[in-house]
Each structure stands twice: as C-alpha cells, then as structure tokens.
Ligand binder design. Structure first.
Ligand code: SF4
Length: 449
C-alpha cells in the first residue's frame, strides 16, 4: 500500500535538504559527499552533462541522455515558502485533473505535495486508481515515468518535472549492448528458441524494474520478464522453469543476492562486462552458468559497507541492520535482514517501541522514517549524507513549474513510450504480474527503488 505524505510536524526533521544546508554552513556536524548539493539543481541543467552531485556523481552518463532546459527564473529565485504556496495553489486549481506521485527517495519538500508516496511500481499502480486524472506528475526518475506511461491510459500525460532525473543504474544497460550480448550468447548456446528435453530454452532474459522501457520491451520480445526487488525470487523461479539459465540486468547485486539465497553457487554466476568479448567469460564458463549477471549497480546502495555495519553494532548494541538487496553481497550477508523499501518500512512499522535500526538505503527515506517513528532510534548506515543524484534533480521549483504550466493549459516534460516498445514491455510486465500472487500486486508490490 502506498503511504500518505508525512504530517507537517515531522517534515523539518525529515528534510535532507535542511541537513545538507546546515552541514555546508557549518551550523551542524556531519559530512556530505558534495557541498554542491546545497545549490538548486538547475545549476547543473546548463553545465556539462552529468548526473550531478550525490551518489552517482562519479558515474559516466551516456551520450545523448535527456537534458533539462532552463527553468524559468521565477522558479529559480523563489523562496521555499513561495514555491510551497504556488504548488498548493496550482494543485487546488487543477483538482482531480492532476495526480502527483512521490517516490520514497524524493526530498521532503516534494513529498509533502504528493498524493501518493511509495516505490515506483506502487506509484504506477496508485495512478491507476485515478483514471480521470489528465496528468500524472511523477516525482521520481525517468524509468519510473516510463512505467507509469505503460500502465496509464493513452489520454493521460505522464510528466517528469526534471528531464535530467535519469538513473545511473538503469543507464548501465542500454538496448544495443544487451542486443549485442544476446547475439554473443547465441554464438555460444546456438538457437536461443530451441528447447531441451525439459522444454527449457537456453536462456531467459530478466530485467529489473529499474531499467528503460526499451529493455522491458527487449525481454518481452525474447520470452523474458521484469522483476522487482520484492519478487525477484518468484521471478527467477518462473525463469528457471522455462530456461536453463538467466541473463539478469542491470543490477548485478540484486541478481547475485537473490540467486545466492536460492542456492545458486557463486561460480555459476559469471559477470557480463559489455565492453569485453563474451562479457569477459569463456564459452565453458557461460555453458556452466545459471545466472549471468550484468555489470551494473546502484551508486546509492554501493556506498554501504561491512565496516559500517560493524561500527553500528559497536555503537548501538542490539541494533537491527536492514539493507536493500541492491547492496553488495557481503553487506547483505552481514545484515540482519535485506529487503525492498516496502519491506524496510513494514519492518519498522511492526517493531516494538524502543527498537534501534541501522538502515542501508537512500537517505531521504531513512531520515523520513526516523522523523515519523520517534519511538525508535533509526539511522542511516552511511554517516555521510549522500542522496541519489538523480532523485535530487527534482526540486519544488520544477514541480511548481510543471503544475503552473498545466494550469495554463500546457503540458511540458511529457514522457511517452512508443507503441512499438510499449507492447512487448507490457507483455514482460504482465508476465511478472502473473508470476506474483494477485493480492500482492495492486498497491502492495515493491520495486525497492
Ligand atoms: S537510488 Fe534508484 S534512481 Fe537512484 S541510482 Fe539507485 S537505482 Fe537509480
């Protein structure tokens, strides 16, 4: 189930923006990974292409990634209070014509205006409850807006407030590299549509929800399926019934952590490096493979370490460490539990008062949980404040802009998936829904990102 926006009295404590401003002014202790996070994200719209400050700032952005045009000055110079009032006024004018979705990892200054808060798949499903809304404003990242477009009606416009809000992990597997991989696998396995004595094809492609619509379309065309971080095991079981092995992209860690928990030996999980022939493997290694892991990762979850867990256990005896399965395997192994954002939220909700949690996921969600559940002690495993670079690109200034444009009768920043891609992508999503218990699909599924 999606979550209501937080009450106003917890927002100040939950604000990562506020934490960063205090740190950069020297008004509080602590450390941030980039003082540039204190600037408005529009400062990075006109500069060289890049993900911007935050966890992905060291990642290489693909050529041709969407850029955001200049945000009008009125929104860049408005105070926080003015933007807040303008968003409220625009939403009041639009009424039921618009629905605003806020991902768990968004800043609180955006979340307070969301009609629904959740992970990407929860939000896409939440939008289905508002079929009369003409516009769906998705405060998240690009692949999430694409998924909402796939699931919404053709008359609904899905809007991403800042086009530069991509995802560095999703960008690590592009369609041409995956097609090339597929051809190379065919050179090893032969006809990829041929079935063995058990009725299984040589390889089933599985893409994480955190991937472009083009990749969802690729797996749909090739007998494959989409997974989320909460249903990855169910989806892998589905794939192993139909294939001798799985090609899993883009997140190596979710693939490895899930397959390892299912008993797949690590030596049967080779990595596919798209820059090397056969992904850097021998044909024999690929023959033995059960899960071929794409060389992708989330730069937010890669920050968490076993040393951080050891430090948390030392300073907070009895602490429960819960991490996201996009974290590296040693971190998941050292934690008390691993699960999607939905899993993390529910674990905290269910805990007796006075519990202590060290959480390994994006800082905006962790600070919000800490503010919403003051009966617990909740802190982020990583002591350095370093939000997701691309979630950070959505700011109330952009939200006010897209909403006021709607009031003026103009749709800006619309995300549309071409039908040729949308049809097979929906097929891959439908396979995932069919592989899940129906009761867990609407509003309760979790992608974890
Ligand atoms: S936190 Fe989510 S949106 Fe940000 S880089 Fe990781 S997978 Fe992408």
């Amino acid at each position: 189930m999606t979550i209501a926006p937080p009450a106003s009295d917890v927002r100040a404590a939950a604000s990562v923006d506020r934490s960063i401003r205090l740190i950069t002014k020297g008004a509080s202790g602590g450390e941030t990974c980039s003082p540039e996070l204190a600037k408005g994200p529009w400062e990075f719209d006109r500069g060289p292409a890049g993900y911007g400050p935050g966890s992905s700032m060291g990642d290489v952005i693909p050529t041709g990634s969407p850029r955001q045009g200049a945000l009008p000055e009125a929104y860049r110079t408005a105070s926080d209070a003015e933007l807040h009032d303008r968003i409220l006024a625009a939403k009041a004018t639009l009424g039921d014509r618009v629905v605003v979705l806020g991902h768990f990892y968004q800043r609180d200054e955006v979340i307070e205006h969301a009609d629904f808060v959740g992970d990407s798949f929860q939000l896409a499903n939440a939008a289905l409850t508002r079929p009369d809304a003409e516009a769906i404003v998705f405060c998240g990242v690009h692949f999430m807006a694409e998924t909402a477009d796939l699931l919404s009606t053709p008359d609904q416009a899905v809007i991403l407030p800042n086009l530069a809000a991509g995802c560095s992990m999703a960008d690590m597997a592009d369609e041409s590299s995956v097609e090339e991989c597929w051809e190379q696998l065919e050179s090893v396995y032969g006809d990829l549509a041929a079935v063995d004595a058990d009725g299984r094809v040589p390889v089933i492609p599985v893409t994480y929800m955190n991937s472009s619509a083009a990749l969802k379309g690729f797996v749909g065309r090739n007998g494959g399926i989409v997974c989320t971080s909460s249903n990855a095991k169910t989806v892998l079981e589905w794939a192993f019934e139909r294939g001798q092995r799985v090609l899993f992209f883009p997140d190596q860690h979710l693939g490895r952590n899930t397959a390892k928990a299912m008993g797949v030996p690590l030596e049967q999980m080779p990595m596919w490096n798209p820059r090397k022939p056969l992904g850097g493997n021998t044909a024999d290694e690929l023959e033995d493979a059960r899960v071929i892991l794409w060389h992708g990762f989330c730069s937010v979850h890669k920050r968490f370490t076993v040393d951080q867990i050891a430090a948390a256990r030392e300073t907070h005896p009895g602490v429960q460490v819960i991490v996201h399965p996009e974290c590296p395997m040693p971190v998941v192994d050292a934690a008390d539990a691993a699960g999607s954002t939905d899993f993390i939220v529910k674990a905290i909700q269910a805990a007796p008062a006075g519990s202590t949690f060290a959480i390994g996921t994006e800082i905006n969600l962790v600070q919000r949980l800490a503010a919403e559940y003051p009966q617990h002690t909740i802190f982020c495993l990583d002591p350095v404040v370093c939000p997701c670079s691309t979630m950070y690109r959505i700011h109330p200034g952009y939200l006010a802009w897209v909403l006021e444009e709607l009031v003026a009768g103009r749709v800006v920043n619309r995300i549309t998936v071409p039908e040729a891609v949308a049809d097979p992508a929906r097929l891959a999503l439908e396979r995932m829904l069919a592989a899940k218990p129906p009761a867990a699909v609407v509003g309760a599924a979790s992608t974890g990102a």
